[in-house]
Design a protein around this ligand. Structure first.
Ligand code: GLA
Length: 650
């Protein structure tokens, strides 16, 4: 018999089933998006209250939340009262409670909000072995998602136990690059007439390697040893350049389309950004180290090229730290960098000397998101300054522009971006413009029109460390309906690749909270979306697994495909949470992603008919870079929890 306070939870029949309150179990393996699981309390430690009624017993949690339980076939029943705790009454919280077991969904509460009447759960668990209690953020943010598993208890003949999510090995699927040459990365490159050309041929294979380029336009030369193109093109036009890479083991050839005109970013940007690893302590040294690592790890050989400083390089008004304080602008109104960036021109020269490109960040507001000086009323000086410093990329982050925008109408949303895009076009070098305003006003519908080359489609993917997986699933898969708005010259940007070591927002970095399969899904989805591939983890701590995720040339070819069509969902099975995505490619083949968003392993089938094909068709497994043979009418795979398989169908 279990006694809880004065509450008798079961009749005592020796050897018979007993009620085990959820709160009596070890909650350490439970995962949630904010705070810690609370026993017999709501998540903030206040009394648990649902629909005005106080509950003495239960587990208070916060979306997204998962709790795995081992039942071992010994459980009979699960009962609970679920809802959003009254402590967030009047706030915009919204969650969905789900109970799953052995691959089946036993309960789905639908969307629940503060103040709604709680729902009763009463489920038969006979014979089931693994149960999962989930609270999702119901497709919006996790704000105020205080969720209660009120009076939750399991009737069983042996005590159930909580457990961690099923362990996954960090299997490296990407084969090591061959010693023979292979030319990788973007095969279309836009440059404006007269702007400096800086393009490094990305090639894997044993060094030394000798490069050759046939059909170079006048004004552009190639360094045959480094594979770097430089110079400038005076006359607009399309210049197909046949690139060759030769080493002791063989030769590779690929055609690069140099397009001289007004369109930049013909394929999605590839590179690295400082935010999720260095946050507000980024320095000149961390940027140089990132550039060094991009070269030494070989990422540059797969097409990565931008090394971008995020927020926190300017002066911070009111800062105590002498390195961050000082004169915001010089007498000519030109913005100053803070003491952590003593020589911006020296820094971009350094990055360029590695064959890479440099990016910078500011806000149209008076202050950036982290409270550093922004460009408000100094847009022209700043555009000129960034160009003069030698930057090739600008992320323009709404932030405190909120205070001066005068609203969120299309005109107000467009205005600061239009202004900056126009100013950048006046500069004597090309700067790619990344709009960062979290998707407001359906930015994908007008981002390109105002001169943006990519636009963030949602809030910060890593705003909450524990919430990265659910944000990645929500924001990534959520782009299925927006595929038509992404393409050469302007890309949907669902934020950075949060892999390797990233900020845990507690003053240090931790390994990404994504499971190995979720990491494969993250990269696969971004490649199928044709999203920018901007890694934002620690460049100096890249292990074999993370590097494998970032440098699979078959996947990168899908992302960088010159057709530039974004992939989208072609089939879905709600019951198993599995789906198939397709991205048409320039050679007439199709990349297909077989995804399993569900909590249990499942079979996913991609049918040729769903993508307008008929069989038989040759299939290649892209992560394993392996041809699998011919398949008659489709391709079926067993896909792990939160995992994927990506194929190319010829
Ligand atoms: C916002 C952006 C992030 C990052 C930070 C910097 O939150 O969305 O990507 O640039 O600002 O403060």
């Amino acid at each position: 018999m279990i006694l809880l306070g004065s509450l008798v939870l079961s009749a005592c029949i020796s050897g018979g089933p007993e009620w085990y309150p959820l709160s009596s179990l070890d909650l350490a393996p439970m995962r949630q998006g904010w705070g810690a699981p609370a026993k017999n309390m709501a998540v903030e430690g206040k009394p648990m209250t649902l629909g005005g009624k106080r509950l003495e017993n239960g587990v208070g949690t916060h979306a997204p939340s998962t709790m795995w339980l081992e039942l071992g076939g010994k459980a009979e029943r699960f009962t609970a009262t679920v809802g959003v705790d009254d402590e967030v009454m009047g706030k915009p919280g919204s969650v969905v409670f789900k109970v799953l077991a052995d691959g089946l969904t036993l309960f789905d509460s639908g969307v629940m909000k503060p103040g709604m009447q709680p729902k009763q759960v009463d489920l038969d668990l006979t014979g089931l072995s693994k149960m999962l209690l989930i609270v999702t953020e119901a497709g919006d943010s996790i704000d105020y998602d205080h969720a209660d598993w009120g009076d939750a208890k399991i009737l069983a003949t042996a005590a159930p136990s909580t457990m961690s999510a099923p362990a996954e090995d960090r299997v490296v699927l990407t084969p090591k690059p061959l010693p023979t040459p292979r030319i990788n990365g973007a095969m279309a490159w836009g440059v404006r007439p007269g702007s400096p050309v800086l393009y490094t041929i990305a090639a894997t294979g044993e060094r030394p390697m000798e490069f050759r380029a046939d059909g170079l336009p006048d004004g552009v030369t190639l360094d045959s040893r480094t594979g770097r193109l430089s110079g400038s093109i005076a006359k607009a036009g399309e210049y197909p350049v046949v690139l060759h890479a030769k080493n002791a083991k063989g030769v590779a050839e690929r055609t690069l389309m140099l397009v001289c005109g007004e369109t930049l970013a013909l394929t999605p940007h590839m590179g690295w950004n400082s935010w999720y690893v260095w946050e507000n302590h980024v320095t000149d040294a961390s940027m140089r180290a990132a550039a060094d690592a991009m070269a030494s790890t070989g990422m540059i050989d797969h097409g990565y090229m931008y090394v971008n400083i995020d927020d926190c390089w300017a002066i911070k008004p009111g800062a105590k730290d002498p390195l961050l304080s000082g004169k915001e602008r010089d007498e000519r109104g030109r913005i100053n960098a803070n003491g952590r960036f003593p020589d911006m021109k020296g820094l971009t020269d350094y990055i360029h000397s590695k064959g890479l490109k440099a990016g910078i960040y500011t806000s149209p507001g008076k202050l950036t998101c982290a409270g550093f000086v922004g460009s408000y009323h100094h847009e022209a000086e700043d555009a000129a300054r960034f160009a003069e410093w030698g930057f090739d990329f600008l992320k323009y982050d709404w932030c405190s522009y909120e205070d001066v925008s005068g609203g969120h109408g299309r005109a107000e949303l467009r205005k600061p971006y239009e202004l900056m895009a126009t100013l950048l076009k006046d500069q004597p070098r090309d700067l790619v413009l990344n709009l960062c305003q979290y998707g407001m006003g359906n930015v994908w519908e007008w981002g390109k029109e105002v001169g943006g080359h990519s636009w963030r489609t949602a809030g910060d993917l890593g705003g909450s460390f524990e919430g990265i997986a659910s944000a990645m699933f929500r924001d990534g898969f959520g782009l299925a309906e927006r595929a038509a708005f992404s393409g050469p010259g302007g890309w949907n940007d669902p934020d950075y690749l949060l892999l390797g070591y990233i900020s845990n927002w507690k003053g240090s970095t931790s390994p990404t909270p994504l499971t190995p399969n979720e990491q494969y899904t993250h990269v696969s989805l971004w490649c199928l979306l044709g999203a920018p591939l901007i890694f934002s983890g620690d460049m100096t701590r890249l292990d074999e697994f993370t590097l494998g995720l970032l440098t699979n040339d078959d996947l990168i070819d899908v992302d960088q495909d010159v057709l530039g069509r974004a992939g989208s969902r072609v089939a879905m099975d709600e019951a198993t949470a599995t789906e198939v995505w397709a991205k048409p490619l320039s050679d007439g083949s199709v990349a297909l992603g077989l995804f399993n968003r569900g909590e249990f392993e499942g079979t996913v089938k991609a049918r040729w008919i769903d993508v307008g094909l008929s069989g038989p068709r040759a299939v290649r497994d892209l992560w394993r870079q392996k041809d699998l043979g011919q398949f008659a009418d489709g391709f079926e795979a067993v896909v792990p929890r939160h995992g994927c398989v990506v194929i190319r169908v010829k």
